[in-house]
Design a binder for this molecule. Structure first.
Ligand code: PMP
Length: 447
C-alpha cells in the first residue's frame, strides 16, 4: 500500500490541513487519498480503481475528466482568467445566465451567480427579505425551513436547515422556524415519491398562525432532500406548499443544489415534481463539479422589483455578491457542462436507469439491518438500524467497507447514499448494490 512518502506528502503537510466535513483524527490515522479520476472511476494512491457511486458529491453526473470541460477551462484561463464586478462584466456570464434559464421552469429567467451551494442558499434568503422590504413589507423577515433540511453551512443556511449537529455549536442564527420533515414510518420502503404525507405541508399554516404571514419572507425546501439521505417529497406535498405560499404572500424557494440539472431525470426538481417555485438555488452539477460555482434563478417580477428604483442609476440595487460571482472560468466550465448534458441526452439516460437503481436498492430492503430504502431519480438512500444496541450498524463502517471493495458511497446520519453518474450501466448498478449488500452482511456478522 502506498505510504505518505510514496504520495509525496510529509507528516507536517498532513497535519497542516484542517479538513472539511471530515473526522480529521480518524482520517489522519488512516489516510485514504484519491489521486486521480477518469470517467466513472476514482483511482487511489496505489492506482486501484474505485467506482464513483456518488458522482463526486452529487456533482459529477457527466463523469470525471471530460475533455470538453477541460478544454473550455484552459481556453478561458488563457483568454480571461478573472473579471471584476462593480460595473464591469464579461461576455460568458451573460451567455451562461441565458443558458441556465433554458433549464429553469418558465418564468424563472433572472440569474444571480454565487460560488457554491451555501452561498446560493444565503443569497436566496437575502433576496427574499430584500424583496419584501422593497415592496414596503419590511416586517416580512422570518425564514421557514424544515427538519432534516440541508441548505449549506453559512448562517442563513444553518438557521433554516434541520440537521442538528450542523447548527448546535454555532450560536444564534437567523430568525427562522421549521416545518416537520416528511419521513414517515408508514412510508418506509416506498419506491419513489411516497403517497402519504402531503398534509405535512399544512405545518406552514400552523407557523403562519403562530408568527403571522406579515412576518414571514420565505419557505425554503429541497424538492428531494439529498444530504439527509434521499427523501423524496410525498405526492402533492410541494403543490400544497405552493398554494399556501400563494395564499399568504410568502416566497417559495427550492434548494436544488442536488436536484437541478438531471439527478431526478429532468432539468430541475421543480419540473420533476410539477411545481414552480419563485426562486431556485443551484450549484454542483452546474459545472459538473469541476469548478466551484452556484447560481440563484428567480422570477422576473422579483428582479424587476429591484430595478424600478429611483435615485442614481449606479446605485447597487442589491448590495450583495462575491469576488468570485460569475467567475469566467466557472462560466466556461458551466457552459461546456450544460452542452454535454443535452448533447448526451443525460436526462433521458437518468430516466431510463432510475427504475433499475430503484429495483436494486429495494432488494436490500430485505436485510435485517436496513430500516428504510428511499429513492428518486438516480439517487437512493438506505437507512440502517441505528438504535443503540448490538444490532446497530454504523454507516461510516459500511462506507469504509465499500471503499475496500472498490466503491465510493457516502454515509451521513444513519444513511448510506448512492447517486451514480448519469451514464451508469445496469451491470454497474447491480455490482454496486451487490457489494453494498455484502458489506452490510459482513459487518452484521451474517456473511
Ligand atoms: N443546499 C443543498 C440542497 C445541498 O445539497 C448542498 C450541498 N450538499 C448545499 C446547499 C451546500 O452546497 P456547498 O457545499 O456547495 O456550499
Amino acid at each position: 500500500m502506498a505510504t505518505l512518502q510514496d504520495m509525496g506528502i510529509t507528516q507536517n503537510q498532513l497535519d497542516s490541513h484542517w479538513m472539511a466535513y471530515t473526522g480529521n483524527r480518524q482520517f489522519k490515522q488512516d489516510p485514504r487519498m484519491i489521486c486521480q479520476a477518469k470517467g466513472k472511476y476514482y483511482f487511489d494512491a496505489d492506482g486501484r480503481k474505485i467506482f464513483d457511486g456518488l458522482s463526486g458529491l452529487w456533482t459529477c453526473g457527466l463523469g470525471h475528466g471530460r475533455q470538453e470541460i477541460v478544454d473550455a477551462i484552459a481556453q478561458q484561463a488563457s483568454q480571461l482568467d478573472y473579471s471584476p464586478a462593480f460595473q464591469f462584466g464579461h461576455p460568458k456570464s451573460f451567455q451562461l445566465a441565458e443558458r441556465i434559464t433554458e433549464f429553469m421552469p418558465e418564468g424563472l429567467n433572472r440569474v444571480f451567480f454565487t460560488g457554491s451551494g451555501s452561498e446560493s442558499a444565503d443569497t436566496s434568503l437575502k433576496i427574499a427579505r430584500a424583496y419584501w422590504r422593497k415592496k414596503g413589507l419590511a416586517s416580512k423577515t422570518k425564514l421557514i425551513g424544515r427538519g432534516k433540511g440541508y441548505h449549506g453551512v453559512n448562517f442563513g443556511g444553518i438557521s433554516v436547515g434541520g440537521i442538528g449537529p450542523n447548527r448546535a455549536i454555532f450560536g444564534t442564527g437567523v430568525d427562522s422556524a421549521h416545518m416537520r420533515h416528511t419521513v414517515l414510518p408508514e412510508n418506509a420502503f416506498t419506491k419513489g415519491q411516497p403517497s402519504q404525507g402531503a398534509e405535512l405541508a399544512n405545518d406552514l399554516i400552523d407557523l403562519i398562525a403562530m408568527h403571522d404571514a406579515s412576518n414571514i419572507a420565505a419557505v425554503i425546501v429541497e424538492p428531494m432532500a439529498g444530504s439527509a439521505g434521499v427523501i423524496p417529497p410525498p405526492v402533492g406535498y410541494l403543490k400544497l406548499l405552493r398554494e399556501i405560499c400563494d395564499q399568504h404572500q410568502i416566497l417559495l424557494i427550492f434548494d436544488e443544489v442536488i436536484c437541478a440539472f438531471g439527478r431526478l431525470g429532468y432539468k430541475t426538481g421543480a419540473e420533476a415534481c410539477g411545481v414552480t417555485p419563485d426562486i431556485i438555488n443551484m450549484a454542483k452539477q452546474l459545472t459538473n463539479g469541476v469548478v466551484p460555482m452556484g447560481a440563484v434563478a428567480c422570477k422576473q417580477e422579483i428582479y424587476d422589483t429591484f430595478m424600478d428604483e429611483g435615485g442614481p442609476n449606479y446605485m447597487l440595487e442589491l448590495p450583495h455578491g462575491y469576488t468570485y460571482s460569475a467567475h469566467p472560468i466557472a462560466c466556461a466550465a458551466a457552459l461546456a457542462s450544460l452542452d454535454l448534458l443535452e448533447k448526451e441526452h443525460m436526462f433521458e439516460q437518468v430516466r431510463e436507469m432510475s427504475p433499475i437503481l430503484e429495483h436494486a436498492a429495494h432488494q436490500l430492503g430485505q436485510l435485517d439491518l436496513v430500516s428504510d430504502v428511499r429513492n428518486m431519480g438516480l439517487a437512493a438512500g438506505l437507512s440502517l438500524v441505528h438504535a443503540p444496541g448490538e444490532s446497530a450498524l454504523n454507516p461510516f463502517l459500511v462506507a469504509q467497507q465499500m471503499w475496500q471493495k472498490g466503491y465510493y458511497v457516502r454515509y451521513g446520519a444513519d444513511t448510506i447514499q448512492i447517486a451514480p453518474p448519469f451514464n451508469v450501466s445496469a451491470a454497474e448498478i447491480d455490482s454496486l448494490f451487490n457489494a453494498l449488500g455484502d458489506s452490510i452482511n459482513q459487518l452484521s456478522g451474517q456473511a
